[in-house]
Each structure stands twice: as C-alpha cells, then as structure tokens.
Design a protein around this ligand. Structure first.
Ligand SMILES: Cc1cc2nc3c(=O)[nH]c(=O)nc-3n(C[C@H](O)[C@H](O)[C@H](O)COP(=O)(O)OP(=O)(O)OC[C@H]3O[C@@H](n4cnc5c(N)ncnc54)[C@H](O)[C@@H]3O)c2cc1C
Length: 473
C-alpha cells in the first residue's frame, strides 16, 4: 500500500490555477521521461502523477504549499544527470522540473558574484562570464548537461576540486522554498557570514530532501590566464596512485587537477572517441593540469611534475602544446562515464572517496574482486582529492536479475574496504536511493539520528523527495 494519498483531479485543477495549462503535464510519454536519471533504470525508476514547470519562486511556493496540505510527494528535478536515483520520484506525486527557471539574473562584477535560477545549465554560467575575466570554479564532468540547482542539491564536485573545492564553497546566497511553502533567503553577496547557524550549508548537498532551491548567488573567481595540461602514462597502477600525494607534498604545487584513468577505461574511451591517447602497456594514466596567472610559470610547474613522474616510473609523458590538445585530453576524461554506460547500460558507477594516502591500498582490492568474480571494474576519477569512480560493468552472460545480485555482493565488499580505509561511499554523486541501504547500515547511529531529526523538523509531512538518503521510522 502506498504511503501517500493519490493525487486527485481536484489537486490537478488547483495546480492549473497556479501554472498555465501547458506547464502542468500529465502526458504519459513526458512523465516517463522524468521517471529515471542516470542510475540503472531497471532498478531505479518511477512514473510521477504530474510534472510541473514553474517559472517563478512564487509558483514553486504555491505548488509546495498545496502538496504539503494534501501530503503529496515532491521530487525536484534538474537535468536528470544524477547517478544515485536522486531525481527519481520514488513515491510518485509531483515532479518539479526547472527547465523553465533557467535565467542568469545578474552578473555583479563589483561584488564578484553571479545570481542564477536553478535550471541554468552549469556551463552556460561560465560562457556568460568569460568576457568579464571571471568564472565559477565548479567543474562537474557533466557541466554541459547538468543544472546548477542539481549541482547545489548534490554539492557536485568534479575535476578541479583539488585546487578549487566543490560547488558548496562558492554558493554564498541561496533562496529555498521549504516543505511548508515558505520562501527562505539565506546568505547574500557575502564571502563571510557566521550570523547564526549556517542554514544555507544545510540545504547544499541535501538532495532535494530539505528544501527546493529556487535561486543561488555564486562567488566568482578570476579566470586563470594560463594553464598547462599533460597526460602521463604508467605501466604500474601503484606508481601512478602513489604519485598523487607525492606531487602535492614534495613539489609544493597544488595542481588544478590530478585525474586517474585505468587501462580499461582509457581503452574504451579512446576507441569511442577515435582518440590516440591509449597506450597498451600503461595500466594507468594521469591527466594533470596546473593553472595560474602566467604561462611561463604553469609551463615550468608542469615540467617539474613531469620530471617527478619520470623519476617514479612514468613510461610516457605528453604535455599539451596548444588549447585544442588540452581540450582533447579533457574531453577524453569527461567522456568516460558515457562510454562505459554505452558498453553496459546496467553498470554501477561508484563514487567512493578515500583519504588520498589510502588510494594505493584501495586499488589492489578492485583487482582482487575483478579476479575473484571475473567481472570488469574500470576505475577512474578525481585522484587528486581521493574520489574514485570504480564502475561495475555487467557481465554479458548474466541476466539483469543475476547481475544485480552479483552487483550487491561487489558493492558490499567494496564499501566495506572503503569504510575500513577511512573513506565514505559517496564523494559527489550522493546517496539517493541507490546507496540508501548501505549508507544507513554504515552510518554512525548518532549521526543518522541527527540527520533524521533535521528532516522531520524541516519536512514534518515527509513530502520532499521521500525515500532518499534514509527512510524515516
Ligand atoms: C557523464 C556524467 C559525468 C558526471 N560527472 C560528475 C562530476 O564530475 N561531479 C559530480 O559531482 N557529478 C557528476 N555527475 C553526476 C551529476 O551530473 C551531478 O550529480 C549533477 O550535480 C546533477 O545535476 P542535475 O541537474 O542533473 O540534477 P538531477 O539529477 O536532476 O538531480 C540530482 C538531485 O538534486 C535534486 N535537485 C535538483 N534540482 C533541485 C532543486 N532546484 N532544488 C532541490 N533539489 C534539487 C534532485 O531531487 C536530486 O536529488 C556526472 C554525471 C554524468 C552522467
């Protein structure tokens, strides 16, 4: 039996008094389109009862108030590029999609901020800022597709977090509609603020379970004038992963990115892109970038890092000679998730985060499990901040059901290793539905109790993205 009452014709009629007819959608095809995200569809999908496209905060507030009165679940949806089932309307109800709240509201050059609606595609923010010599330093690999609201709700990380940190670091102001339909304005164009509890931070990364983000003010960074990028190939995985902390500690340089790509991931992505970066003898490749104000300095730094790599077992180094080569290197890295998904739509793209010194201890366990279960688990990710995307590819010989049974065993094993090494099961994709049971089993009970108490206080009727992160008792 459903935990929630059905959405009645009367509620639909009332929604149509807030939003015009075309933005209250009950068409089966369109509902199906928002029933899943990028987690395996066969496991994580649900068709909502209605899909709405608000164009203002006021409309969002009216929708939420109505839903709260009738206890109808609400799932906020950005671009649906999430990898944890976060945007799946698990208990049906209303999906609020932000495609039509996608305006860039203000670039404030004097205060170094940009204010945006949640539905703007992340990359469009930086395209608009380029001529001002400014940028938003968040860099999820999905930036051409995902929306800033989704980035804030998942506290998205990405390829440049080692130097610049993750999305939440830059969100200085936030407008949020609470579960009871109040409009909260938190922070502002302020780079410091300890005026009471930092409620803004509470909503960041809360996966749409505590409030609906309707506007954000983002702190900007000067656009680096120079960058140097290279690929470094290693015959041994251990040489590549041991080098990550070495680069940071020995040279005293903080690269913008240290991305790891293992042999299988590199092979697949180079084949898919018809790219020449695959080296059959290399178990691992690092993409390393430094940026700064001066090209001569970044060139010198990349050479220092290249020499260190060569002293530590690198078999080949390619420094990008120009911007197109640099972009080819990044495109190769950015395309891995999509490429692996094409190989295996039922894949499980994982997101473990480890202390960086623990990466060398983690990688042999991946190999051990691959050998033990005869399964391919390419691993790549943001090695510079310890965030690795081990990806479990479905064995072609297995049915979906057999695969999901094996997947559960592998995840249990991997997560146990991660836990023992002092890591966590998600660095940037979030818990969603996909990792809920593992999270609740592994979380510190006291921490979980506080999280549940916060949820109950902010969302007393449990209507905001229910069934995500944890269940309520
Ligand atoms: C190829 C590929 C590469 C990726 N690379 C990265 C990466 O480098 N780093 C990274 O962090 N992630 C990455 N991701 C995952 C994904 O892109 C991010 O999680 C992204 O932040 C999700 O944004 P979205 O707009 O697609 O949100 P959705 O998937 O639509 O939603 C994600 C979550 O946010 C909630 N949400 C969305 N909008 C709002 C709102 N306005 N208010 C409240 N809650 C909201 C949803 O309910 C859901 O829980 C990648 C995904 C793909 C497919």
């Amino acid at each position: 039996m459903s935990l929630y009452p059905p959405l009645t014709q009367e509620i639909l009629r009332e929604l149509r008094t807030y939003l015009d007819e075309s933005r209250v959608v009950t068409n089966a095809k369109e509902l199906e389109n928002v029933s899943f995200d990028q987690a395996a569809k066969s496991l994580y999908s649900q068709i909502p009862e209605v899909l709405v496209y608000p164009i203002s905060t006021q409309e969002v507030a009216s929708i939420v108030k109505l839903a709260n009165v009738h206890r109808i679940p609400i799932t906020a949806r950005g671009a649906g590029s999430g990898l944890a089932g976060g945007a799946v309307p698990l208990h049906k109800g209303i999906v609020i999609a932000f495609d039509k709240m996608n305006r860039l509201l203000e670039i404030d050059k004097n205060n170094l901020t940009v204010t945006v609606e949640p539905g703007i595609i992340t990359n469009k923010i930086n395209e608009a800022l380029e001529s001002y010599g400014l940028y938003f330093a968040g860099y999820p690999m999905s930036l051409e597709r995902c929306m800033i609201g989704g980035n804030i709700a998942t506290n998205a990380g990405g390829g440049k977090a080692i130097k610049y940190g993750v999305t939440g670091r830059y969100i200085v102001g936030l407008e949020v509609v609470t579960a009871t339909g109040e409009i909260l304005t938190l922070g502002g164009k302020l780079f410091k603020n300890v005026t009471g509890y930092d409620l803004k931070q509470l909503f960041i990364g809360s996966e749409g379970t505590l409030g609906i983000i309707t506007q954000a003010t983002i702190q900007l960074t000067p656009l680096p004038k120079a960058a140097s990028t290279m690929l470094v190939w290693f015959s041994q995985m251990k040489d590549a992963v041991q080098l990550v902390p070495e680069i940071l500690t020995t040279l005293g340089i903080t690269p913008t990115a240290i991305e790891l790509i293992d042999q299988t991931a590199m092979k697949y992505v180079c084949e898919a892109l018809n790219e020449s970066f695959y080296r059959p003898l290399a178990q691992a490749t690092l993409l390393i970038e430094v940026d700064g104000a001066n090209q001569a300095v970044t060139n010198q730094q990349i050479q220092q890092i290249a020499s260190l790599c060569e002293r530590h077992g690198a078999i080949d180094v390619l420094v990008a000679a120009d911007a197109p080569t640099r972009e080819r290197m990044w495109k190769t890295r950015r395309s891995i998730a999509e490429t692996l998904k094409q190989h295996s739509p039922e894949m499980s793209l994982e997101d473990m985060v480890l202390p960086i010194h623990a990466i060398p201890d983690y990688m042999p366990h991946v190999k051990r499990l691959e050998d033990m279960y005869e399964v391919s688990m390419p691993t790549y990710g943001h090695a510079g901040d310890g965030n690795l995307h081990t990806t479990l590819l479905k064995k072609a010989s297995l049915t979906d059901a057999e695969w999901h049974a094996l997947e559960a065993i592998l995840l249990e094993e991997l997560y146990t290793v991660v836990h023992q090494l002092g890591g966590k099961i998600s660095g940037e994709h979030g818990i969603g539905i996909k990792r809920k049971s593992y999270f609740t089993a592994m979380a510190d009970p006291a921490e979980l109790t506080i999280m549940q108490a916060i949820k109950k206080t902010l969302d007393p009727n449990n209507i905001l993205n229910p069934g995500k992160i944890f269940d309520l008792n």
